[in-house]
Design a protein around this ligand. Structure first.
Ligand SMILES: [Zn+2]
Length: 302
C-alpha cells in the first residue's frame, strides 16, 4: 500500500429529524482509495467502485442486527462486468469488480462514463439478516450511474422515497482525490411541508465532492440537507472503513464447498491450490497434504 495523502479521515453522520426524515452523509476518500489500490482500477472503475462502496456503507449502518450485512450487486452488460459492494452494520465495506481496467471516452457531460462501464442490467440488493435465506430485492438499472439506480431501487422495491447523491473525484494519476455522498429518506407520515423543504435543500447541493473538497464536514453537509428541519437527537457519527475480514479458515471452507470430485481433480492435476480473495490482495496457498485433509473433511460432510 502506498501511503495516503493528507486525507481527512472517513466519516459518516446520521441525523433523524422529528419530521421523519433520515439523513446520512459520508466522506469516503480513504476507503475509495484503498479499493482503487487493491484492485488497480482504471479511473472509471475507481469512480464506480467508490460510489458503490460509499452507498453500501450508508445502507449498511441502517441495518439493525450486529451481524447483518448488505450487498449491492450491479449486474450490467457493460465492459466492467459485475460490480459488487458489501457492508456490515458498522459501515465496514469491501468491494469487487469483474474487470478493473475499463477505459471509455468521457460521457456527454465530459465526465467519467460510469454508466457506460456498467451498462444495462439489474441491481440486486441482498440483505443477510442471519436468517436461513437472505432477503433479495432487485430492480432494473436506470442508467448505471449508481446513485440514480439506488434511488429507483428504494422507490420501486422498498416504497421508500430516497434521494441519493454520490461522487468520486479521480486525479490524473488515477488516485482518489475526494469521495463521498449522502442519502436522505422519508419515513411514512412525513408532511408535505418537510418533504418540499428537503427537496429544496437537495437542489442546492450540486456536487458533493466539490463541497467536501472545499472542506465542508459530513456533519455540515447533513445539516445543509436538514436545514429547517428539527433534529430528533444528537447526530450520530460512524467511521466507515475498507475491511475485508477474509481468513485462511474461510478459504478452507470455500475449498471444502467445491465438493469432493472437484477437490480430487485439483489434487490429481495440480497437487496444490491457490485461492485469491476477490476483495483484497490476500492469497491463500494449499499444498498436497492440506488439500488431502480438506478432501477428507469434504467426504465426511457429503
Ligand atoms: Zn480478503
Amino acid at each position: 500500500m502506498s501511503e495516503f495523502k493528507n486525507y481527512m479521515p472517513d466519516q459518516m453522520i446520521r441525523i433523524n429529524t422529528k419530521e421523519g426524515v433520515r439523513i446520512f452523509t459520508c466522506r469516503s476518500t480513504k476507503l475509495a482509495q484503498t479499493a482503487h489500490q487493491y484492485h488497480q482500477t482504471s479511473p472509471i472503475v475507481t469512480a464506480a467502485l467508490g460510489r458503490a462502496l460509499t452507498a453500501a456503507a450508508m445502507m449498511g449502518i441502517m441495518q439493525k442486527g450486529e451481524r447483518d450485512t448488505i450487498s449491492l450487486q450491479f449486474r450490467g452488460d457493460g465492459p466492467m462486468g459485475l460490480l459488487c459492494a458489501v457492508s456490515d452494520s458498522k459501515g465496514r465495506v469491501r468491494g469487487s469488480v469483474a474487470n478493473p481496467s475499463v477505459y471509455l471516452p468521457p460521457n456527454k457531460t465530459g465526465k467519467l462514463d460510469v454508466g457506460g462501464a456498467v451498462g444495462k442490467g439489474t441491481l440486486y440488493v441482498v440483505r443477510d439478516l442471519g436468517l436461513r435465506e437472505p432477503y433479495i430485492g432487485q430492480t432494473p438499472l436506470v442508467n448505471g450511474e449508481i446513485a440514480e439506480d439506488l434511488t429507483y431501487y428504494y422507490a420501486a422495491s422498498e416504497q421508500t422515497p430516497t434521494a441519493v447523491g454520490l461522487g468520486v473525484l479521480v486525479g490524473t494519476d488515477g488516485s482518489v482525490l475526494c469521495s463521498g455522498g449522502f442519502l436522505a429518506q422519508l419515513m411514512p407520515g412525513t408532511s408535505e411541508e418537510a418533504t418540499s423543504l428537503l427537496e429544496q435543500n437537495i437542489a442546492k447541493i450540486t456536487s458533493v465532492t466539490q463541497l467536501l473538497e472545499e472542506g465542508i464536514t459530513p456533519l455540515e453537509l447533513a445539516r445543509l440537507l436538514g436545514d429547517g428541519l428539527k433534529e430528533a437527537a444528537d447526530p450520530e457519527e460512524i467511521q466507515p472503513e475498507y475491511y475485508c475480514g477474509c481468513s485462511r479458515e474461510r478459504a478452507e471452507k470455500a475449498l471444502i464447498s467445491v465438493g469432493t470430485e472437484e477437490l480430487q481433480s485439483i489434487l490429481d492435476e495440480d497437487h496444490k491450490a491457490e485461492l485469491s480473495c476477490p476483495y483484497c490482495d490476500q492469497k491463500y496457498q494449499f499444498n498436497e497434504e492440506e488439500l488431502n485433509r480438506l478432501l477428507q473433511i469434504a467426504k465426511k460432510e457429503s
